[in-house]
Write a protein that binds this ligand. Structure first.
Ligand code: SF4
Length: 319
């Protein structure tokens, strides 16, 4: 059993707006083990990116933590001081985003951005030493060090994404949060990037939270999967369990809607209905208005999370 680097318990994140309160995350629990890759999947608006930002306490206004805890090696991030959290970001937990062009500063050369990132956390390091460390990181990523003298706009999308991961890892964090890291890349560059991520994960024994709407991307890299719906965890388990024997009707719907060129299907399956209103979520099981197997109890009571051998589902079919 590996040690957990992250333990999220009963997390609630709310956003008060003029028509009520958006319950973006409503009681999510998950653990990330040392050296594990956890895929976090679900439709847009299910709360997966909010969860990623919550770990670094980067909620946009007016979001707030309405309950729960996020522990990094046993220390609750939600109880840390502002300066402790600033120190944690980058040094202990790195993050890469969907669009590297908007995440990198267009006004500074890549080398300057590396040096600033390094010296913000390690002020005793000289500019020369920080540059040397940046160059070593680039070599590790298979990028020539001459690129340190370039601006982000002089690079391709794939190269910028690799620079982003270099910036995220240059301080040697043990956790990486990757939020839709291949969405802005074409299929081939995206596949190369996933190979690189896999290699870096092995090399640095990184724990990765891989957030994606793309089940194919998640399947390639993850050891475990958590499926989110309506700000809650619908199902979780090892990749083989969730893909091989999906329990939750929502997970089954997601898997059935993936195109498969080997199957002779006339049309893709779709899930009826829309994602839930998180200001006034449906009572009981939040998925019940769209569920093909809905029962009376589903409309009244929130399902318990049950299962065996680490394969869990929040569904009355298994309670
Ligand atoms: Fe469907 Fe009921 Fe299970 Fe919800 S609890 S997924 S409505 S069967």
């Amino acid at each position: 059993m590996t040690e957990n680097v992250l333990e999220i318990k009963d997390l609630k994140v709310h956003f008060p707006i003029h028509i009520g309160t958006v319950k973006a995350i409503e009681g999510v629990s998950l653990d990330l083990g040392q050296g594990d890759v956890m895929g976090l999947v679900g439709e847009s608006g299910c709360g997966k990116s909010t969860l990623g930002f919550s770990i670094l306490r980067l909620l946009s206004t007016p979001g707030f933590f309405a309950g729960g805890s996020i522990k990094y090696h046993g220390r609750d991030i939600l109880k840390m001081t502002e300066s402790e959290v600033l120190d944690l970001r980058g040094k202990n937990i790195g993050m890469i985003f969907q669009d590297p062009l908007t995440s990198l500063n267009p006004l500074f050369k890549v080398g300057q951005q590396f040096v600033e990132t390094i010296r913000t956390h390690e002020s005793g390091l000289s500019k020369r030493e920080a540059t040397d460390r940046a160059a070593a990181m680039l070599e590790c990523l298979g990028i020539t060090t001459a690129r340190l003298n370039e601006y982000p706009h002089q690079m391709s999308g794939g190269m910028r994404q690799r620079i982003m991961i270099g910036l995220a890892l240059v301080l040697s964090p043990d956790v990486l949060i990757a939020d839709e890291p291949t969405t802005s890349l074409d299929v081939i560059v995206g596949a190369q990037f996933l190979d690189l991520l896999k290699e870096l994960q092995r090399q640095f024994n990184l724990s990765i939270l891989l957030i994606s709407h793309d089940l194919g991307v998640v399947a390639q890299l993850s050891d475990r999967i958590t499926v989110m719906y309506g700000g809650r965890v619908a199902e979780s388990g090892l990749v083989g369990q969730v893909f091989g024997n999906p329990l939750h009707p929502y997970t089954r719907g997601l898997l059935a809607s993936i195109p498969n060129i080997r199957l002779d299907k006339p049309a893709l399956e779709t899930m009826p209905g829309n994602t839930p209103d998180l200001v006034n979520p449906p009572p009981g099981c939040v998925f019940h208005p769209r569920c093909p197997r809905v029962m009376d109890v589903c409309r009244r009571e929130r399902p318990r999370t049950t299962g065996a051998d680490e394969h869990l589902a929040a569904c009355w079919l298994y309670s």
